[in-house]
Design a protein around this ligand. Structure first.
Ligand SMILES: [Zn+2]
Length: 251
């Protein structure tokens, strides 16, 4: 029998399977993204002290199976540090659900996901402390896109590489270039773009470079920053994220 492995993990998705089992997708610190089956999860309080519910933080114990994609989840315990409280506020639930769905969409089971795990853990902790804000959402989107290989540029023109001057009234975020172009270069980059006020472009650049735990106290990138991010994310995902509907109605 394969050895039992353990890792801190965050539950991204979970659903009941048969009468007593649960199938879960987890983002783990040490073992990438995992799909697993928890036999008897609905009845065994001893082995599943922590319920395998979406957004919950657990210490996961599992065994790999020689055949098949799903691992066998043997136990799920409370993590060593207290988990953030996310279910006392609708805005927190909506933003945390969106963060988990986006992390799921931008990671795959084949690659290391430690960076995405750490981002999600830090984002949940900050959310538990400070509540849901547009800046927290945008900082998470920018940072998660970066670790997924899509670093967006808001500080420098994607064409001439000049710093975006505060004197510019506005710049354009060009989706296919993953960044802004200055007014001078806009004529040479005629692709579809989102017009971004200079102050919002500067806020987005600051959010992209700041530690995630500081984001909720910072200025957000406004509705044009949100539109730029939404357009870019839509361009790289093959489906619309279900959690955006509720979140967009709240933030
Ligand atoms: Zn330029």
């Amino acid at each position: 029998m394969p050895a039992e492995e353990t890792t801190p993990a965050i539950v991204l998705r979970a659903r009941d399977y048969s009468e007593s089992d649960r199938i879960v997708t987890l983002l783990t610190r040490d073992c990438g993204k995992l799909g697993g089956i928890a036999k008897g999860a609905k009845s065994s309080r001893r082995r599943f002290e922590r319920k395998l519910e979406p957004l919950s933080h657990v210490t996961l114990f599992f065994r790999r199976r020689p055949h098949g994609d799903l691992v066998f989840i043997t136990r799920a315990e409370a993590p060593p540090a207290p988990a953030p409280i996310l279910d006392d506020d609708l805005g927190k639930i909506a933003l945390a659900s969106y963060m988990a769905e986006l992390a799921d969409a931008l990671t795959s089971e084949a690659v290391d996901a430690a960076d995405a795990y750490h981002l999600l853990a830090v984002a949940f902790a900050a959310l538990g402390r400070s509540g849901a804000t547009t800046a927290a959402r945008q900082a998470f989107e920018l940072n998660l896109l970066r670790v997924a290989g899509f670093g967006l540029e808001f500080a420098r023109c994607r064409v001439c590489a000049d710093a975006i001057a505060a004197a510019n009234e506005a710049v354009h975020f060009v989706v296919t270039r993953g960044g802004v172009v200055c007014p001078r270069c806009r004529a040479h980059a005629p692709e579809g773009a989102v017009r971004l006020g200079a102050a919002n472009a500067a806020a987005m650049a600051a959010l992209a470079g700041a530690p995630l735990e500081l984001a909720s106290a910072m200025a957000g990138g406004g509705t044009d920053g949100a539109l730029a991010l939404a357009r870019f994310i839509a361009s790289i995902l093959d489906r619309r994220l279900r959690s955006t509907t509720l979140l967009d109605s709240l933030l």
